[in-house]
Design a protein around this ligand. Sequence first.
Ligand SMILES: [Zn+2]
Length: 255
Amino acid sequence: MFIDSHCHLDFPCFTVQLDALLSQLQEKQIIKVIIPATQRSGWHAIQALCAEHAPCYYALGIHPHFIDSLQEDDLLCLQQLLNHSDKKQVAVGEIGLDKYASADMELQESIFIKQLQLAQRFNLPIILHVVKKQSRVLEILKKQHFTLGGVYHAFSGSYEVAMEFIKLGFKIGIGGVITYPNSTKTKQTIRRLPIESLLLETDAPDMPLYLQQDGFNSPLNIPIIFESLCLLRKESKSCLAAQIIKNTETIFLKE
Ligand SMILES: [Zn+2]
């Protein structure tokens, strides 16, 4: 059994085929998916989608790439939606810092901190999006005394950096990057990480897998990412799969 801890099933490219896709997920033993939001315009649709489909859970938040189109009352709206308790709501996300996002870094940091504070207020873990800003994100998490953890989504980088996040209570989201032959550094990191820190994710429809001709990623690819992970790890497949489910449930799906 698997959980896709990060896929954007609310994106329009999935709408037409959603019912078919959800039944295929079942066939592939993908029992749950977590849908992180990227901007306010998606929040209500994600909530509606998750209310309608049992395997779907969600996070609400403002992604660094959408901070430049932020409206004044977006954070207030986020606060109101987080306040309304819903067992399908499992995190605040995706949030973080991205060197390549168009909003300037000062603004990104201020919106990130405000969303961290909301997560603290509502006792929720976070889904982190970090690009080339790892040490700054670590500094902020420490300064804010953020202890609720979450996941560092689509991790790539060194063992030392991964361990810094793990020490702060974060899991490491493993996606399609490990299907690429040239992702040597990330693969070396993932080989060594504690098994309790591993989560699986596709980030669909982004992040196509290696040699995926159509360039279109889907949560149905989780078993392929899992097979690549198994090649890096010494545990048995069944042990690895069971522990990853447990890790995902511990951080996001505690009932
Ligand atoms: Zn994403």
